[in-house]
Design a protein around this ligand. Sequence first.
Ligand code: GDP
Ligand code: MG
Length: 448
Amino acid sequence: ALSEKLKKTLKTLRGESKLTEAHINAAMTDIRIALLEADVNYGVVKQFVERVREKALGQEVWQALSPAQQVVKIVFDEMVELLGGGAASDLAFTSQTPNVILMVGLQGSGKTTSTGKLARFLAQQRKRHPLLVSVDVYRPAARDQLSVIGKAIGIPVYEDPTTDDPFKLARAAYREAQLRGFDTLLVDTAGRLHIDDELMVELAQLKAELHPVETLFVADAMIGQDAVRSATEFHERIGLTGVILSKMDGDARGGAALSIRSMTGQPIKFVGVGEKYDALEPFYPDRIAQRILGMGDVLSLIEKVQQEVDEAEALRLQQRMLENRFTLEDYRAQLRQVGKLGSLDKLLGMLPDGLLPGLNLRLTPQQTQMMQRKLKETEAIINSMTKQEREDHTLLAASASRRRRVARGSGTSVRQVEELLKEFSIMRRMMQQMTRGGLFGGLGGLFG
Ligand code: GDP
Ligand code: MG
């Protein structure tokens, strides 16, 4: 699986302190193979990897993140962009009602189900008044299926069992919507197992007559590359405005999303995540990218680090560590950075197992509370020191009366002050031994 491959790649990057061209090339080779294995289209992969490589090479070294995390971040950002950027795209409704939405796709892709789901979504979330119609006159029970769904979700379905003409049905439903004030008409069309001319001509004609605001291609995420091929062909023959990716509740990693978006240039607008009628979600590129990469919540962690950590400060602290000039003052600054990241248990919970050695521990609520308290106490102790003492911790080591004063001032005990001094000395020693610095490297001391 992609995630396994990527994890392996990241493992080789772990422990490196700088992102070099050699790292990037090695990582890109693996990512390329992994994406191909995940059934992403060859051309798409090639283009993707090239763009990631360029970005990675031009990237300044981000000290708060390890090289492995940097690669993940770049790959992730690029993937989100390729999937269409920020939020899910909306539907292009106009004031000229009824607005028609044409649902197209291969047989079994989930058109009829998605028609119901979308109608329900629009009624509930967008306060629209949809009417449904099925023009799938070829399969015997196809129209009944939509009627059953309509009843289940409480949305009217236009029916006329006396005709087998898809155009007549569509026109009559359109008139019905106009007359009765439905602002949206969802047209569920016939599918075939394979693309054939007859169907394409019919769909193109329906489109020409109905002037839909949206022509949505329903793609079965489970069939991977085949879905990509048919999406491309549907787009060439009838012109799509968007895609609904169905059956994403299955094992599909969503590699098809990447290819379809990239090959057709059309946005994925919704994702089907189950057989129930409420199992439709707007498409969020970042969620799918996360799924394709299979990186758990590590990306949320990276985002958070980038938002919250003052990089200049992190750099400064790291420099001081390297030069062995790290003081209690710096220690306090570092603790404040950690404090900004929010609750520690959440932070640690975001890390997937094995990605960051030494940090992949799970804490009990009691341990977390203890750690939070300790962070606060440590800061209080350092606050009670004089500037001189903070700059030179040996002053405190040498004087019991100074330690007593600091303990009193911070509302802690002399023993706690002494413990902190001991930990700080150990940390300084550890830092010197560490080649891999950065925020997390420095944090190691806290957990040691
Ligand atoms: P159509 O031939 O394109 O109209 O496809 P249908 O809407 O009849 O769906 C075919 C099958 O796929 C049905 O059994 C649906 O319940 C199922 N299906 C559709 N969408 C989803 C989905 O998002 N998740 C799952 N698990 N099943 C789905
Ligand atoms: Mg159907």
